[in-house]
Design a protein around this ligand. Sequence first.
Ligand code: ADP
Ligand code: ZN
Ligand code: ZN
Length: 676
Amino acid sequence: MSHLIVQVVLDTPLDFCFDYRYPVASEDTQLPQVGQLIVVPFGRRTEVGLVVGIKNHSEVNEKKLKDALSLVEGVPPLHREWIDLCRFAASYYQRSLGEVALPSIPKKIRHLGKLALKRALKSLDEKNGKFLSEREEKPQLHQAQQNAVSAIMHSCGFAPYVLYGVTGSGKTEIYLHSIEQVLDRSPDAQILVMVPEINLTPQLETSVCNRFPHENIATLHSRLTESERLKNWLKIASGKARIILGTRLAVLAPAPKLALIIVDEEHDPSYKQQEGLRYSARDLAVWRASQLKIPVVLGSATPSLESWQHVLTGRYIKLELPERAVKDAVLPAIKLIDTSKQLLNKGLSGELINAIQRRLEKGEQSLLFLNRRGYAPVITCEACGWISSCERCTAYMVYHKSHRLLRCHHCGLERPVPRVCPDCGNADLQALGQGTQRVEEGLKICFPDARVLRIDADSTSRKGSLQQALFSIHRGEVDIIIGTQMIAKGHDFRNLTLVGVLNPDTALFSHDYRSSERLFALLMQVAGRAGRSSLRVGANPSEVLVQTRYPMHPLYQATLSHRYEKYASELLAERKNAGLPPFGYQVLLTAESRKIETALAFLRDAAADIPCKDGIMINEPIPMAMMRIANMERAQMLIESNSRACLQHMLREWLPQLRSRKTGVRWQIEVDPLSI
Ligand code: ADP
Ligand code: ZN
Ligand code: ZN
């Protein structure tokens, strides 16, 4: 009996391949191929690994080699380009290939439900049965839309597009037309459509399913059951799924025939994975398109400054939609209400209350947006200054009135609301500030006959409850909606003519330099909720009222005129002066320990290890802004350079040393961190 040597990567931080013997019993033995999944012994366990090479001899003493157990049946070999994508992500984000490739494979395969696998396999051919309606009416494209679709379809090779247009300008139509043309053009082409969060943006999914009722569509996101995930992943890997619709993790879908990638709301922070492999799915999507030499469309009303800078330098091509697609649907008027000069009633200004009243009279809907759930952000004792802080975090405990609880939104700690001040015994404790529950309560008092609905993480924790809430809004069963940023995205409420934004000011003074960019995007997005319906005779004009104490702030002034471009250049100029992204590159090393001194000392030692300091700036280690979470104290060290290559080179030399340190301190490296 002879054998081959297979080189296998496994889900471990060790960045090398493991050699195994693969016995070849007879001529009939199925030979392994690169890209196949294989079951191998590893330590005392058996693991599923990925075959990345096959050879006749090993450099390791062959007597020490173990035999591979079996190839995983029913999974086609994953193609080389997919392995190269994982390899790139691994090297860029400083992980091992195994840590990138294997976690992206469904658990059912990795845990070897071999029998289950065979049964699943049969149903891969099924078409999208979800919405077997007629092909939805497809509108004639406007000139600007036609130009965009035509540019995308006539791209040769890699072509990165920024599809820039306000909410309602017809970006989705462009996606749908491009998808249709790609499908028609070649019988096996696949298209990857990425959305920020599938549960928050069901509309795009519905549009795609309605428009292509007879296509094989596979979704990929974190809320799928393991069986769904397995089935969809296999549909993708086998090339049967033509349209892949998913969240950030879909960027690693092993589709063998990708011909087009679409990233909707490309600026959205949820494209950044914030734990484990900390990658930017948008950036990987662009890399993947360049690797495959295909077009990638980044759609947004407020493109990320990274993408916008590429537009300005001509690296990305701008496709612009100058106005709203539906005739007469104009952008809503935005108005700033100065709250520094007036007393608010339950957090609402007189003008906002009047505006809501006018909507109620005409049977129209209003939406209030407040990015704080709970009843009040904090409770306090006015006699002695006691404040409800979390004993485990550098954070306040939020008052949840309906449950009579104080709850920490960072570590989950819950405590009953004290009857009297724990410090001085004063019985008169005050709830300070407004959370969504408190505004809901206030609205019910101000408008006793109105139907008020709250949408936030607390009200939608049950599976399906968000969908229910959205349906009831669409059916007109709600007059006033109060919600967090969950409702800022993608929902298209036809009868909504008023949006109120309550107290967005905190972002203006954040330590995070990206917070203005985010707030601006959010305001534009929330504003986009209003005025999508074509105007009905006699209806109130659509308006957005922003309650702020700083109406003269440039951010709000830019919001007033819907002027993304002007504001983007201002922010870019600031970033350039400060050497911040996209003009500089960053790596963040974070460390956590029971004691902040230990974490800081670890970072200082780590800094001393940095081998090549040319072109690199190492900032002093500091405690993180939220220093303590769940009793772990956290510190960070930011490393900057104006050369990406310099940083990457340094990391390759430095990290092996860092990994070999035995300190007991938990640490993380993050390339291109999103928040610092
Ligand atoms: P976006 O994705 O930019 O928010 P959509 O593509 O969803 O915009 O378009 C907004 C609305 O305008 C939708 O109701 C859509 O059906 C409609 N629409 C888009 N393009 C056209 C068109 N060319 N003619 C008529 N209606 C259109
Ligand atoms: Zn007190
Ligand atoms: Zn806490």
